[in-house]
Design a protein. Structure first.
Length: 369
């Protein structure tokens, strides 16, 4: 059986490995697949928790290994997935998560921040002209996996799978909060910087590109569902390569010379009914703008604990981590909402009138002209 240090190294390697890659890990000239690497971890953990008695004796060791793995791997996974538009930093417990904004000579892009409360409360405030830093408040997020008592007795507990489930759940929760922060910020953009309506309006989308281009080279961020509708009408301009790309991928990697970055999509549960990221939103962000628009702060260490259900003696392995998310948008960022794609949008308020979408002329739907 591996000692603690090597077991931690193995779990980190499994957590960071790409399951689809032919080779997940190489050591002393030997190439291991993800399946082989994960099977090695599973066997090692089963040595510690193959029976309930072994689990009871070694659970604190197992929990500390999971904690150390999550502390290192979770922030890195968030960086890998959202690096193009999110700045991710780690802070010690008790340290204030402070981010600094870049000051430009002309300070043309006035900024505001939407803090995400993980309980669904969003606080918006503007940065003053001379403010250079702001604090990202953290809140606890958690993931849990339930293990039946009979699974312990039968030796069917797979702690490698438990760790993967918890990590994926926490990663998706952070991703959901990033999307929520951006959505909560949209109403703070200047009316000229946002468009909402059913379908893809090429002329309106191009107008938003023009606004963002005044501050830098625009990059478009959207889901695949949005991208497949983002097709110029003048098909005669298509090259054979573009036609081939549309046939192979269903979308264009660039739109009129602007890079299109696809935001990964997922579902909140196994019913495949509720998506993690609202597919109706596209964000146009100029490169060279004042840093990345989303800030993610991890504070302190991960805590793993066990809770017992007295009814059936099942165990729930719970993971606790402090995370903060803010969206720092400015008047150099634009947003397009395809209401035909969007799920149920948050109610928006314009001049005291409540509605669901903002129309092309800047009015709230149902509001008087």
């Amino acid at each position: 059986m591996l000692d603690r240090a090597n077991l931690v190294a193995l779990m980190k390697q499994v957590a960071k490995a790409d399951p689809s890659a032919p080779t997940a890990y190489s050591f002393n000239g030997a190439n291991l697949s993800y399946e082989a690497l994960n099977e090695t971890l599973r066997q090692e953990l089963n040595e510690l928790a193959g029976t309930y008695a072994e689990y009871r004796e070694n659970k604190n060791l197992i929990f500390s290994i999971i904690e150390e793995t999550l502390d290192e791997v979770l922030p890195k996974k968030v960086v890998e997935q959202y690096n193009q538009f999110a700045e991710v930093r780690t802070f010690a417990q008790g340290d204030k998560p402070i981010f600094r904004r870049k000051l430009t000579s002309n300070n043309r892009a006035k900024q505001f921040i939407t803090r995400v409360g993980l309980a669904g409360i969003y606080e918006v405030f503007k940065l003053g002209k001379n403010e250079e830093s702001f604090e990202v408040r953290t809140s606890a997020i958690g993931g849990a996996a339930q293990i039946g008592f009979e699974e312990f007795l039968d030796g069917r507990v797979d702690f490698s799978e438990v760790t993967r489930i918890v990590m994926e759940g926490m990663d998706e929760l952070i991703y959901r909060e990033i999307g929520a922060a951006l959505k909560a910020s949209i109403n703070q953009l200047p009316p000229a910087n946002r468009v909402a309506g059913p379908g893809f309006d090429e002329a309106e989308f191009d107008r938003l590109l023009t606004i963002a281009a005044a501050y830098g080279v625009p990059t478009i961020y959207c889901t695949y569902e949005f991208a497949v509708k983002m097709i110029p009408q003048e098909a005669w301009r298509y090259t054979e390569a573009m036609k081939d790309e549309l046939w192979r991928t269903g979308r264009l990697a660039t739109y009129k010379g602007h890079k299109v970055v696809i935001l990964e999509q997922g579902f909140e549960d196994e019913t495949n009914e509720t998506k993690v990221i609202d597919p109706g939103y596209a964000w146009i962000i100029p490169t060279g703008a004042d840093s990345k628009p989303v800030k993610v702060a991890f504070e302190g260490s991960t805590i793993v604990d066990e809770f017992s259900n007295p009814g059936d003696r099942s165990r729930e392995i719970q993971v606790y981590k402090k995370v903060g998310v803010v969206a720092m948008l400015a008047n150099n960022i634009c947003a397009y909402v395809d209401t035909a794609l969007a799920g149920k949008m948050n109610d928006w308020y314009l001049n005291g009138v409540k509605g669901n979408v903002i129309t092309y002329d800047g009015r709230l739907d149902g509001a008087k002209a």
